[in-house]
Write a protein that binds this ligand. Structure first.
Ligand code: BG6
Length: 481
């Protein structure tokens, strides 16, 4: 609305996340006139830099077209930059001073995006709380993972944040929740009659959630080596997808009704042990060329002799009436053979087979990326004179069904929902607590026993032990998998 100022403060404005995700997203939203009219963006970081330098540095991520140059300039005119320390109350006091100079409307709202290393979370939030809270509108604090390293450290961070802010002021991002096809899960499950009666252990053999990336950690070792793939991907992105697949139907679409159901299903998950997982670490491809194919341990940002896994597959069990006996298999890795994120719900074999065992299992596949799609694998009579049967697909690939629709980037939705104050697609503190409860025993065991991951070659499917884990857990391979 025209009566309010909206100020977005990016703490860590000169860093990686800001450059690759936050500035580009704000530009795309501005370009499409989706940001509020009176929006101002303040970058804050330790570096002595300027808006002009940020503009040059981030240029390649912004994807501005030539015919948008006027608008692009206007976007940067909305930007300001202030250099300051995260531990200095007086620097935050001058930030506040600057913010006030720009707030001309009767009400003024402030969004603080913490694109910061965890080591400075605490001091930065203390100073925001002391010096920068809006006096004439809302203040919202946006945080990204890592939310701690285990149950205890995450609890400490939660306690710290909740001593300064209310839960309604805190927005914990998991950008996977905001992806188009992840958003779709509730619609598919609860806006269709056909799934409700079959969505259970009577009919479903297993659920496999796969997240593969074809690149290594490429210089991100400083962060990654300390956290590993379970904390980077599985504990958050994969668990969120699992939760949406497995949760009971919420009473309504109200944020807390949905999040209550998510927490309930998480609480029913038994923590996996070392016997439920396969861990891997990529090694260089002897046939690969160039730096991108080097092994994990050859990356100079990784600690020597590191045993941090870059691949993990884990079987989770949900102890409730709907899911007893159905394995949920999470698989994720860096430096694999392809880029793909998908959810595969595999149904049980047909009963009373009259086709001589030729029927393969039905599968509902939700492909998150690339090329968003929903498809259902099913059997048909082979077309034509043949009376054989064969497997085919009912295929809803978005690019062919909805060629004109531009699917927004997850971060675009993230920012808009924070501005509009909708917390449904953000992680609530009890949800985070449960996610850490599930993985902490395993992570502690791996660290204490120094479990060595299985080597796999860059660009392959990962350790073959992971395929065996799938087979042991009611998953039947078909020709197309
Ligand atoms: C991040 C992880 O949360 O998600 C990265 O830290 C990963 O390791 C990234 O590459 C993947 O996100 P997207 O949206 O590019 O699939």
């Amino acid at each position: 609305d025209d009566e309010s100022n909206y100020t977005i403060v990016i703490l860590g404005a000169s860093g990686d996340l800001a450059g690759k995700k936050i500035y580009p997203t704000l530009w795309w939203l501005f370009r499409d006139s989706l940001l509020p009219k009176n929006v101002t963006i303040f970058g804050y970081a330790r570096s002595k830099t300027s808006v002009l330098q940020l503009k040059t540095k981030n240029h390649r991520y912004m994807k501005a077209k030539l015919n948008e140059s006027g608008r692009y300039e206007r976007f940067w005119q909305r930007n300001h930059y202030i250099s300051g320390q995260y531990g200095s109350e007086s620097d935050f006091a001058s930030l506040n001073q600057k913010l006030m100079e720009h707030e001309k409307c009767a009400s003024s709202n402030r969004l603080f995006y913490l694109a910061l290393p965890p080591s400075v979370y605490e001091s930065a939030t203390i100073h925001i709380h002391a010096k920068c809270m809006s006096q004439r509108g809302w203040t919202r604090i946006v945080v990204e993972k890592p939310f701690g390293k285990d149950l205890q450290s995450s609890q400490q961070l939660s306690n710290h944040l909740s001593s300064l802010f209310t839960e309604t002021q805190l927005y914990r991002i998991d950008h996977y929740i905001q992806k188009e096809m992840v958003q779709n899960i509730l619609a598919i499950r609860f806006a269709n009659r056909i799934y409700a009666p079959i969505w259970n252990s009577d009919n479903i053999a297993s659920v496999v959630i796969t997240f593969k990336e074809p690149f290594g950690i490429e210089g991100r070792g400083g962060y990654f080596d300390e956290y590993g793939i379970i904390r980077d991907i599985m504990q958050n992105h994969l668990l969120q997808m699992l939760t949406l697949v497995a949760m009971e139907k919420p009473v309504s679409q109200q944020p807390d009704d949905v999040r209550n159901e998510k927490v309930k299903v998480l609480r029913a998950i038994r923590p996996p042990t070392i016997d439920d997982v396969v861990l891997g670490q990529y090694v260089g491809d002897p046939n690969g060329r160039g730096e991108s194919k080097i092994g994990y341990l050859e990356d100079t940002t990784v600690n020597k002799g590191s045993i941090t896994p870059t691949f993990a597959s884990a079987v989770l069990h949900i102890r409730n009436e709907r899911w007893e006996g159905v394995p949920f298999i999470l698989r994720t890795g860096k430096a694999l053979d392809e880029r793909k994120v998908e959810i595969r719900v595999q149904f049980k074999d047909i009963s009373g087979d009259i086709f001589g065992g030729k029927s393969t299992r039905n599968e509902l596949v939700i492909r998150i990326q690339p090329s968003e799609a929903i498809y259902l694998k099913l059997m048909i009579k082979t077309p034509g004179m043949s009376s054989d049967i064969e497997e085919t697909e009912l295929d809803l690939t978005y690019s062919s069904r909805y060629p004109e629709v531009r699917l927004p980037d997850a971060y675009e939705r993230v920012i808009l929902e924070i501005i509009s104050g909708s917390q449904m697609n953000f992680v609530r503190s009890d949800e985070l607590h449960e996610a850490w409860r599930i993985f902490t025993p395993l992570l502690h065991y791996m660290e204490k026993e120094r479990v060595v991951p299985i080597p796999y070659v860059f660009g392959t499917r990962g350790p073959k032990e992971a395929d065996e884990l799938l087979k042991r857990n009611h998953f039947r391979y078909s020709a197309t998998y």
